[in-house]
Every structure is written in structure tokens, then in C-alpha cells.
Design a protein around this ligand. Structure first.
Ligand code: NAD
Ligand code: DAU
Length: 345
């Protein structure tokens, strides 16, 4: 598979958890590639995640909505790559109010695709999808895994909105011959994750002496992938993936939520008494499990940073050592950082 070289990559959602890790990876590993980060700075977008890049000539931040067609035309004008990960990302929020998910994840994705199609350089378009588009696997059939051929059966409004974006990307490739590639990955963990997601929520609760709210019976299974492994996989697919193809990305690291909780408690020297069993999430998917053999076979990528307990312990340590970061995030005070850097706009 030939490797593409890029001059200017637009990353959407680069102020979020995965986006910030990806922008940092690009600047570190591909310093000759210009990077434009377009982010609306919703509640989870935080420019502090990119602190240190302000004086970097190869990096530019644009505050904006992927649903703003005129702005996207402008931003994509001389881009030869687009990595689209801007999205509403939290399942529980989608259960409370699904509208922003449809607006950003479905309409926003189509708007960005249309801008990419109009762009003179015909950029390669990578869509960061999710394993949640496949729906849920049963607990009693551990041999079953999601492959790239598994039908899309999303179960939450979040997953349905991501599946909407996913099939729109497919349609853009099929109908217009656009150079699109898609990744579908499992649950990420690592630095800069918004403390609404289970790992940073549980760790920061424990630091504050609060209990951790475990949904239902705690037997739901997720496959945990370190965010730096995920970012490396995205770059691999961007540079070497075949147009029109989908690549699963997983951590080979399936755990029940109860196992996850016990591992966090152990890493923090806390006991079982800190678990509070709370009512289950509505429509809670039982098990996600990824078959990631295709990306290994075709592109030579496999995870190297996701193994537990080491990767989980270092993530727990990151939150312990960055209390100021998540305390500001929890209180909303991180917005002051943006205003200081960029003024009110
Ligand atoms: P996040 O919530 O931390 O970050 C999302 C970013 O997108 C934020 O910076 C936000 O401001 C920005 N954004 C939201 N709507 C926007 C819009 N309309 N225009 C421009 N920017 C907008 O999410 P994350 O966990 O970093 O997830 C990033 C992507 O990866 C999402 O597409 C998500 O579906 C996908 N994904 C996440 C995981 C995971 O475990 N976190 C796993 C698989 C796939
Ligand atoms: O699988 C990929 C997906 O992983 C991504 O597409 C999503 O953007 C990302 O948010 C994540 O979705 P999940 O719903 O799996 O992640 P979350 O951290 O919200 O929950 C992980 C598991 O932990 C899930 O089974 C629900 C459970 N949980 C979660 C929270 C927030 C709890 O038991 N208690 C909680 O308070």
C-alpha cells in the first residue's frame, strides 16, 4: 500500500480528548505538515488540551462549527487531508437530548463532506467513527466480535448519529468518488478525557472522596484502547488506507465495568465500599468487542500502549497529577483560558 504525504491537514474537533492527542501527534511525528484545528469549543472542547502549541507556526486554530458551510469552504481551501472527529460524543447526554447529536454528527458531517468535495485539492477525508455503530454483542458468546462487515445496528441516539455520519461518508465515496476512509474504534482512555466518561469520572470522584456510580450490574463489557494507540491508527489509515475502506481499531483489552472499577480502586488504594450501584443507562449496550485483524493485516498497525495494568495505572496517575486541569474543566473555568488567548469571539 503506497504512503501518502500531506502538506495541510484539517482536524475537526481537535480541542477535544482524542483530537488534542491527535494534533499533538501530528505536530510531533509530522512536523512538516501544516495543521488547522477547527473546533466549536462546546462544553468538551478545551484549548488547554493544546497548551504549548500557541507559538507553533505549523499549527492554526479556527473556532467554528463544522456545520458552517462558508467557513468550511474557507478552511478546506488548500487542505489535502481532513480528519473529521468533531462530534457530540457522550451517550448519556444523547439520551437526555439527542438534537445536538443530529445537528453536529449528521448534518455537520454532510456539510463538511460537501465542502471537501468543493475544495480544489480534493482532500482525503478520514471519518472517525465508533464501534457503537455495530450495536451490542451478547455476554455469553465471547467468540463473537464486530468485524467491518457486521451490519450497523446502533442502539443509542449517539450511536445512531455516528452511524448517520458513517453512511454519509460511504455515500460520498460511492456517489462522487471522494477519497474517503473510515475508522471504527473502541473505548479510548488516556490524558485529557472529559470527566464525564467513566474512567476520568471514577478517578476524579475518588480523588474528591466521592463514590463511583456503577450502572446496572456492572457486567457490561468494553474494549479499552489507549488514545495514543488510536491516534497512531488514525494516522496510519490516513496515510496508507485504501479509499472507500473501513478499518476497525481495538485495544485487544476487553473488561467488564466491574473489572475496570476494581482496577481503578486498586490503582488508587481504595476499597469496594466506594462503589455505588446506580440504575442502569437506558438501552445500555451489553458488550463491544472489536476484531481488528484487517488493519493489522493490511496496514501493519496493532496497539502497543493499551495493555493493563500499566496503561491504566499511568492514566490514573495523569489525573492525579493534573488536578488543576480537571478541576477547571469540572467548574467550567477553563473557558477563561480561551478568552485570554483569543479574546471574546
Ligand atoms: P470530545 O467530546 O472530547 O471532543 C469532541 C470535540 O468536538 C470537542 O472539542 C468539541 O468542541 C468539538 N465539536 C463538537 N461539535 C462540534 C461542531 N459542530 N463543530 C466543531 N467542533 C465541534 O470527544 P472525543 O472522545 O475526543 O471523541 C472524538 C471523536 O471520536 C468523536 O467523533 C467520537 O464519536 C469518536 N470516538 C470516540 C471514542 C472515545 O472513546 N472517546 C471512541 C470511538 C470514537
Ligand atoms: O465504544 C466507543 C465509545 O466509547 C465512543 O464512541 C463514545 O464517544 C465514548 O463516550 C464511549 O462510549 P461509552 O458509553 O462506552 O463510554 P462511557 O465512558 O460513557 O461508559 C463506559 C461504560 O461505563 C459503559 O458501559 C457505561 C458505564 N458507566 C459510565 C458512566 C459515565 C458507568 O457504569 N457509570 C458511569 O457513571
Amino acid at each position: 500500500m503506497s504512503e501518502r504525504a500531506f502538506e495541510h491537514i484539517v482536524v475537526t474537533g481537535g480541542a477535544g480528548f482524542i483530537g488534542a492527542n491527535f494534533v499533538r501527534l501530528l505536530r510531533r511525528e509530522r512536523p512538516g505538515v501544516r495543521v488547522t484545528n477547527v473546533d466549536l469549543l462546546t462544553y468538551s472542547g478545551n484549548l488547554e488540551n493544546l497548551a504549548g502549541l500557541e507559538g507553533d507556526d505549523g499549527y492554526r486554530f479556527v473556532k467554528g462549527d463544522v456545520g458552517d458551510a462558508a467557513l468550511m469552504d474557507e478552511v478546506l481551501r488548500d487542505a489535502d487531508g481532513v480528519v473529521h472527529m468533531a462530534a457530540e460524543s457522550h451517550v448519556d447526554r444523547s439520551i437526555m437530548d439527542s438534537r445536538p447529536f443530529i445537528v453536529s454528527n449528521v448534518l455537520g458531517t454532510q456539510t463538511l463532506l460537501d465542502a471537501a468535495r468543493r475544495s480544489p485539492r480534493k482532500p482525503r477525508f478520514l471519518y472517525v467513527s465508533t464501534d457503537e455503530v455495530y450495536g451490542s454483542l451478547p455476554l455469553d458468546k465471547p467468540e463473537e466480535l464486530f468485524t467491518e462487515e457486521t451490519p450497523l445496528q446502533p442502539n443509542s441516539p449517539y450511536a445512531a448519529s455516528k452511524a448517520g455520519g458513517d453512511v454519509l461518508v460511504r455515500a460520498a465515496h460511492h456517489t462522487f468518488g471522494m477519497d474517503c476512509v473510515t475508522t471504527r474504534c473502541s473505548n479510548n482512555f488516556g490524558a485529557y478525557q472529559f470527566p464525564e466518561k467513566v474512567i476520568p469520572l471514577f478517578v476524579t470522584n475518588l480523588i474528591e472522596g466521592k463514590k463511583v456510580p456503577l450502572y446496572g450490574d456492572g457486567k457490561n463489557v468494553r474494549d479499552w484502547l489507549h488514545v495514543e494507540d488510536h491516534c497512531e491508527a488514525i494516522l496510519t489509515v490516513l496515510e496508507r488506507g485504501a479509499a472507500g475502506e473501513v478499518y476497525n481499531v481495538g485495544g485487544n483489552n476487553e473488561r467488564t465495568n466491574l473489572e475496570l472499577t476494581h482496577s481503578i480502586l486498586a490503582a488508587m488504594g481504595k476499597g469496594e465500599a466506594m462503589i455505588e450501584y446506580v440504575p442502569d443507562r437506558l438501552g445500555h449496550d451489553r458488550r463491544y468487542a472489536i476484531d481488528a485483524r484487517k488493519i493489522k493485516r493490511e496496514l501493519g498497525w496493532e496497539p502497543t500502549r493499551s495493555a493493563w495494568p500499566g496503561a491504566l495505572e499511568s492514566t490514573v496517575r495523569w489525573y492525579v497529577e493534573h488536578a488543576e486541569w480537571w478541576q477547571r474543566v469540572r467548574s467550567g473555568a477553563y473557558r477563561a483560558y480561551y478568552e485570554k488567548q483569543y479574546g471574546e469571539r
